[in-house]
Design a protein around this ligand. Structure first.
Ligand code: ADP
Ligand code: MG
Length: 543
C-alpha cells in the first residue's frame, strides 16, 4: 500500500485528526453523540444559528469556519461522504435557540437527502429551519434533469454572508434570502494538475499523464470534463473564466467577489499567480473585482489544483463579507478592492562597467568564469547542491567584455552584482570580498599594495561572515595562502600559484562549511568551486 499520508491507522484517521483540531481550537467542541462540532458558546436568544456539514476531506471548510460571525456547528461525514441525518438533527437541536436554524448544503444527493431528513425530524419537535443549497460548479451544468451543478467554492461565500447576517440579528427568512442570493449569483470551476488519493488507498482518484491536466474536476476526485495537455496559467484562467462568466451572465461594470482556492497541494505562490491572472482578465473585461480571497479553503484532500469562484456582489453582500469573524480558518482579508497589478520584478542594480579605460585583469577573470559555468555547476553538483554555476552566471554573465573603468570602479560593480544578482552563499561571500578589494583600490594607486590590502581585508571579512577556517573547503582555502604570499612580498605569479595550490588542496578533503558540508564523503575528489574561482582571480591579477 502506498503511504502518502500521516496516520496511525486508516480507520482512526478522521477521529485522530478531529482530536488534534479541537485541541488546537478550544472555542470549538466535539459532541460525540451523534457526532458534530460546535461553538462552545451557546446561540443567544433571538439569533439565527447557521449550520453546515458534508463529507470530510475538504478542510479547512467547514470545520475551520466555526466561530462568531460564521458557522455555529458543523457535521463532518466520513471522507467524501455525507454526514447522516441523525448527526444533522442533533447539531440542529444543539445550536437552536429560538430564532431558527439555517442549513447550508452543497448540492450532492447524499447531502441533500440527509439534511432534508434532519429538517423533517426537528420540525416535528418545533424547531424552525430553512436551507440554502449551493450549486455553483459550472463543470456539471446541464439542461437536462441530472443533479445539476455541484456545490464547491461558493459554499464559503454563502456561509460567510449568512453567518455575518445572523450575527447582525437578521431573521431566518432574511438570512435564507441572503444566502440564496449569494448562491444564485455564484459560479466556480476547478482544474487539477494531479489527482487526489484517499488515505489508505493505493490508487489515485484518476490517472493523469505527467504533462496532462484536467479541467472541470470535482472536489471529491471526480474526474473532470476535459483532459488536455498542460497549458500556461493565463490560458487555464481564460478557459475557467469563460465558462464561469458565461453561466453567470456577468456584464461589464458589475461588482464581483473572487475566490481563488487551492485544492489541497497547491503552493501559495501558485495561487497568488493564478489570482493575478484572474484579476487582470476580469479587469480587461471591465468586471469590477471588489473583494478577493486567495488561499486554501475548500480542498479535495491532497489534490494539486485550484478553483476559481466569481460571485456577483451588491454592497449589502460586500458589507457582510467584510464583517469580522473569529473562525480559525477565515483569513484576515483586506476590506478593500484589490490593488494595482504592479511590476514586481527586482530593479536592476547599478553595476555597469562600460565606460573608461579597459580593465584587463578583471576582464580576464570575468571571461574565465563566464566560460566555465558548466564546469562550476558540475563541481558544485559533486560537492554541494549544484547551484554555484547558476549563481556565478547570475552575477557575472551579464557583463559585456571588455570591462571598462578604474580597478576600484570595476571591483565595485562586480561586488554589487554579486550582492544583488547572485544568490546563495557565494553572493554574500564574493560580494564581500570584492567590496573590500574595491575599497583598497580606492585608497591606493599602487596595484600590488592595493591587492595585498584588499585581500587581507577581504579574507578577514569573509572569515568574520562565515567562520570558515583553512581546511573547511571554502574560498578561504585559496584566499588564505594568497594573502600570506602577498604579505611576504612575493611575486604576483607566486601569489597565483599559492591560491591555485590552496584550491587544489580541497580536492581530497571533506567540506565542513556551506552546503557542501551536507554531502560529506561524497564531496571527496572534486575541488571546491568557490576556491577554484578565487584562484582564477589571482591568476588574472598576475597577468
Ligand atoms: P550555497 O552553499 O548556498 O549553495 P553557492 O553554491 O553559491 O552557495 O556557493 C558555494 C561556495 O561558497 C562554496 O564552494 C564555498 O567556496 C563557499 N562557501 C561556503 N561556505 C562558506 C563560508 N562559510 N565561508 C566562505 N565561503 C563559503
Ligand atoms: Mg551551492
Amino acid at each position: 500500500m502506498a503511504h502518502r499520508y500521516f496516520f496511525d491507522s486508516v480507520e482512526s484517521f478522521l477521529p485522530d485528526a478531529l482530536r488534534g483540531f479541537v485541541a488546537a481550537n478550544p472555542e470549538i467542541t466535539w459532541h460525540r453523540d451523534p457526532g458534530f462540532l460546535a461553538r462552545r458558546t451557546q446561540t443567544p436568544s433571538g439569533r439565527v444559528a447557521v449550520l453546515s456539514g458534508g463529507g470530510s476531506g475538504h478542510e479547512p471548510m467547514h470545520s475551520g469556519l466555526i466561530g462568531a460571525g460564521l458557522l455555529d456547528a458543523v457535521c463532518p461525514g466520513p471522507i467524501f461522504t455525507s454526514p447522516n441525518a441523525l448527526q444533522i438533527a442533533g447539531a440542529t437541536r444543539h445550536v437552536h435557540s429560538d430564532a431558527g436554524v439555517l442549513h447550508v448544503v452543497k448540492n450532492y444527493t447524499g447531502d441533500m437527502m440527509n439534511f432534508r431528513i434532519a429538517r423533517d425530524i426537528v420540525r416535528d419537535e418545533g424547531i424552525e429551519t430553512d436551507v440554502v443549497v449551493v450549486a455553483d460548479d459550472v463543470a456539471t451544468e446541464s439542461d437536462g434533469d441530472g443533479p445539476g451543478r455541484r456545490g464547491t467554492g461558493a459554499t464559503i461565500v454563502v456561509e460567510k454572508v449568512c453567518g455575518a447576517a445572523a450575527a447582525a440579528g437578521a431573521t431566518l427568512a432574511e438570512v435564507t434570502a441572503l444566502g440564496r442570493r449569494v448562491a444564485e449569483n455564484a459560479r466556480s470551476m476547478s482544474v487539477a494538475l494531479d489527482p487526489c488519493t484517499v488515505p489508505g488507498s493505493d490508487q489515485p482518484s484518476f490517472d493523469l499523464g505527467p504533462d496532462e491536466m484536467e479541467m472541470g474536476i470535482g472536489i471529491h476526485g471526480e474526474s473532470g470534463t476535459e483532459r488536455t495537455q498542460w497549458r500556461p496559467a493565463g490560458q487555464i484562467v481564460q478557459a475557467l473564466l469563460e465558462r464561469i462568466l458565461g453561466s453567470l451572465g456577468v456584464a461589464a461594470g458589475e461588482q464581483v467577489i473572487v475566490v481563488v482556492n487551492g485544492l489541497g497541494s497547491t503552493h501559495p505562490l501558485e495561487l497568488s499567480l493564478v489570482f493575478g491572472q484572474v484579476l487582470e482578465q476580469l479587469r480587461a473585461a471591465q468586471v469590477r473585482v471588489v473583494r478577493s480571497l486567495v488561499g486554501t479553503m475548500i480542498t479535495a484532500l491532497d489534490m494539486r489544483g485550484a478553483s476559481v469562484t466569481v460571485v456577483r456582489a451588491d454592497d449589502e453582500i460586500v458589507g457582510l463579507w467584510d464583517a469580522p469573524t473569529d473562525a480559525p480558518a477565515w483569513p484576515r482579508l483586506a476590506a478593500t478592492e484589490p490593488g494595482e497589478l504592479m511590476d514586481t520584478t527586482v530593479a536592476e542594480p547599478d553595476d555597469a562597467a562600460d565606460s573608461g579605460p579597459e580593465c584587463g585583469w578583471l576582464t580576464a577573470f570575468v571571461s574565465r568564469v563566464q566560460g566555465a559555468i558548466d564546469e562550476l555547476t558540475a563541481l558544485d553538483r559533486q560537492v554541494g547542491d549544484g547551484d554555484f554555476g547558476v549563481n556565478m552566471a547570475a552575477a557575472l554573465g551579464h557583463f559585456e567584455l571588455p570591462l571598462r573603468g578604474s580597478d576600484a570602479a570595476v571591483l565595485d560593480a562586480v561586488s554589487r552584482s554579486y550582492f544583488v544578482r547572485s544568490g546563495g552563499t557565494s553572493g554574500a561571500v564574493f560580494g564581500t570580498l570584492f567590496r573590500e578589494l574595491s575599497k583598497a583600490f580606492t585608497e591606493s594607486d599602487d596595484f600590488r599594495t592595493a591587492l595585498a590590502a584588499g585581500t587581507r581585508a577581504g579574507l578577514q571579512s569573509v572569515v568574520e561572515l562565515g567562520g570558515a577556517r583553512v581546511g573547511d573547503n571554502t574560498v578561504v582555502d585559496a584566499l588564505d595562502p594568497a594573502n600570506q604570499t602577498l604579505q611576504q612580498n612575493d611575486s604576483l605569479a607566486a601569489v597565483a600559484h599559492a591560491a591555485a595550490e590552496g584550491a587544489e588542496s580541497t580536492r581530497d578533503r571533506v567540506a565542513r562549511k556551506g552546503r557542501a558540508s551536507y554531502v560529506g564523503e561524497a564531496s571527496r575528489g572534486a575541488v571546491d568551486p568557490g576556491a577554484l574561482v578565487i584562484s582564477w582571480l589571482f591568476e588574472a591579477a598576475a597577468g
